[in-house]
Ligand binder design. Structure first.
Ligand SMILES: NC(=O)c1ccc[n+]([C@@H]2O[C@H](COP(=O)([O-])OP(=O)(O)OC[C@H]3O[C@@H](n4cnc5c(N)ncnc54)[C@H](OP(=O)(O)O)[C@@H]3O)[C@@H](O)[C@H]2O)c1
Length: 304
């Protein structure tokens, strides 16, 4: 299996390079991996070059971990977000269909409006409330309608020991201040990129053997359980102190979303049900707190 991984320097892309087996061809916008190793060059915004790159690499499987992920900036760059998240998946999947290749793609809880009273199911009605959410929904639709064999994993609240994410922001800001104010009325499941990559690899190993598209489609892929950003922040600091990353935990004060205005509207309820993934591929997802322990250990080891 010849696997093209786009966005190989992103949180999920980076972990995929570790988790996948087969002939892995990483690609980034710059043509260089984080550690300086040369790799494929691929810009999802340049459709002409993208097609040529696909012809040259000729993958059997495209795992699209690249995306425009700046949720607030997308309100001002909606066209660019739409091109990268909404239209590039159309180019990738059209190429895949023509060449009998398959596509694995990632989407987001932000395709929902957050008004549900239970965990979202894969077939619940979508209603994005941000430019980013609309662009990601367009990408899902393009792939589903392409006729290419595909899997779409909707995930949420992604973090890792590296990259730009809430955990790293908290550790940085927590080291500078004695007290922080964190939103307590948005609920979701913090999900490590390494978990997303590990599950992707396990599912792909099964799905690749499927001769029919019976198991193609959308799956929610998040850690189990739920918390608020405030609950996540408190858990980060408790564990950071336990593993010796910080000496003292700052005070975390719970605030409402309207006390921390952001450019983009975010769903208040981002809990994604994962029964379909469990029942279809026999995947059990760990509780978000256990998953956090793993990432904290990774950070502590890197610091020791
Ligand atoms: N982060 C979250 O909380 C979250 C939540 C739900 C769903 N998701 C989805 O999960 C997937 C993986 O997200 P992530 O957290 O790993 O994102 P990430 O860390 O922001 O990585 C995204 C990668 O995409 C690359 N990229 C951006 N524009 C590109 C372009 N025009 N052409 C090629 N590459 C481009 C970036 O490259 P540079 O390194 O050059 O900038 C970056 O390496 C995405 O589909 C995202 O929408 C993420």
């Amino acid at each position: 299996m010849r696997i093209l991984v786009t966005g190989a320097n992103g949180q999920v892309g980076h972990e995929l390079l570790r988790a996948l087996s087969g002939e892995i061809i990483p690609a980034t916008r710059t043509g260089v991996l984080e550690d300086g190793t040369p790799c494929g060059t691929l810009d999802l915004a340049d459709f002409g070059a993208l097609k040529k790159t696909l012809d040259r690499i000729a993958p059997n499987l495209i795992i699209n971990a690249a995306a425009y992920t700046a949720v607030d900036r997308a309100e001002d760059e909606a066209e660019l977000a739409q091109r990268i998240n909404g239209e590039a998946p159309d180019v990738l999947s059209a190429w895949a269909r023509q060449h009998a290749a398959r596509v694995v793609h990632y989407s987001t809880d932000y395709i929902f409006d957050g008004s549900a009273a239970r965990a979202y199911r894969e077939d619940d009605a979508t209603h994005p409330v941000s430019a980013y959410g609309r662009s990601k929904l367009a990408g899902e639709t393009a792939l589903r309608e392409s006729g290419a064999r595909h899997l779409i994993f909707r995930t949420a609240w992604v973090y890792a020991a590296r990259g730009h994410n809430f955990l790293r922001t908290m550790l940085r800001v927590g080291a500078e201040r004695d007290a922080l104010r964190v939103v307590d009325d948005q609920i979701g499941a913090p999900t490590p990129a390494r978990l997303i990559a590990d599950v992707t690899a396990q599912v792909v190993a099964q799905w690749w053997l499927d001769e029919t598209p019976a198991r193609d489609g959308i799956y929610h892929l998040v850690a189990s359980g739920q918390t608020s950003w405030c609950g996540f922040a408190r858990a980060i600091f408790e564990r950071a102190q336990t593993v010796g990353l910080i000496e003292q935990t700052p005070t975390v004060q719970a605030i409402r979303t309207d006390e921390y205005p952001t450019r983009a509207v975010r769903p208040a309820w981002s809990v994604l049900g994962t029964a379909k993934l469990r029942e279809t591929f026999d995947i059990t997802l760990p509780d978000w707190k256990e998953a956090l322990d793993d990432v904290m250990r990774e950070l502590a080891n890197a610091n020791s």
